[in-house]
Ligand binder design. Structure first.
Ligand code: RIB
Length: 309
């Protein structure tokens, strides 16, 4: 069942990503010569909004950029991806930047300067979401952990007393606020983040954490990379979503964001959580086939074709 009128609101960061490719990641104190790469739209909020819009869903991004060439480039590329940028605030701080190193296996190291993203106003976002609700249904509010913990603490208020569902990708784990996590449906984490939200050591097997994870949010989705994803819901057996295999990984940057944006879009389109995760897995796999974050995202047709195979 599709509601073509439905809007997904994404509250999150916008960056401009600068990519370089290295043969090997440098060690501390080492200098490495890199090959220059693209400069393009990034930020977990902007990426997830782009992935959501690629699924043909009305997508409004609530974010802040600087009054600078990077801000202009970000707004232009967001519009090209089909994202509604009408509510993006232009601030006095510079646009957020991410400096991304890729190695030949497609793995990356990312360093972010938040810039204008630090100025996002929760009160202003609440007013905007209320205004959007007066225009039509807002079934999903999608957010990430990349804004400040103070901002994240306000996210439950964006969905309180409404028909909206909070899809929260707590990446990175900047807070372990129990009220925030309890409002998420689903809370989306990778394996490292799943250990971190419970205060466990990195590398703790997710199988040891499932009982505790399923109690912290209304539903939890753990992305497992090449092993697919796991859905945890209270009082139900875990559901495993198989991985979608692709021949060769070029760049994993933004693949998790493709998963989350597509998942949110599919839920807004009335899909079940299982089907939404399957489509998310397909979108994530397709995003690894090209360099870059949002620029690597596939169309709805490509995602559905691979997800329904
Ligand atoms: O998830 C990938 C994103 O993380 C990049 O686009 C970068 O901007 C950082 O926010």
């Amino acid at each position: 069942m599709r509601d073509s009128n439905a809007t997904v609101v994404v509250s999150g960061t916008t960056n401009i990503d600068t990519f370089v490719t290295v043969q090997n990641f440098p060690q501390p104190g080492e200098t490495t010569i890199a090959k220059p790469g693209i400069e393009a739209l990034g930020g977990k909020g902007a990426n997830q909004a782009a992935a959501c819009a690629h699924m043909g869903v009305n997508t409004v991004l609530l974010s802040t950029v600087g009054n600078d060439p990077q801000g202009e480039l970000a707004l232009k590329q967001l519009r090209e991806h089909g994202v509604n940028t009408d509510y993006i605030v232009i601030s006095r701080q510079p646009t957020g930047r991410a400096f991304i190193m890729n190695d030949p296996s497609g793995e990356n190291i990312i360093i972010v300067t938040s810039g204008a993203n630090e100025l996002v106003s929760p009160a202003q976002q609440r007013e905007t979401v209320d205004e959007l609700r007066r225009q039509g249904p807002v079934p999903i509010v999608l957010a990430q952990g990349e804004l400040t913990p103070e901002h994240s603490a306000q996210l439950p208020r964006l969905v309180a007393n409404s028909d909206s569902r909070l899809v929260l990708n707590l990446a990175p784990v900047t807070t372990r606020d129990p009220d925030l996590m309890a409002a998420a449906d689903p809370l989306v984490l990778n394996e490292g983040e799943a250990a971190a939200v419970l205060g466990e050591a990195p590398g703790t097997p997710v199988e040891e954490l499932t009982d505790r994870l399923r109690t912290i949010a209304r539903s939890v989705v753990i992305t497992l990379g090449q092993r697919g994803a796991l859905i945890l819901e209270k009082g139900a057996e875990p559901v495993h979503i198989p991985a979608v295999h692709v021949d060769r990984v070029v760049d994993t940057t933004g693949a998790g964001d493709a998963f989350c944006g597509t998942l949110a879009a599919a839920l807004a389109q009335g899909e079940t959580l299982v089907d939404a995760c399957t489509l998310g897995a397909a979108a994530g796999a397709l995003a690894t086939q090209k360099r870059g974050a949002a620029v690597s995202y596939a169309s709805e047709n490509e995602v559905r074709r691979l997800g329904e195979e």
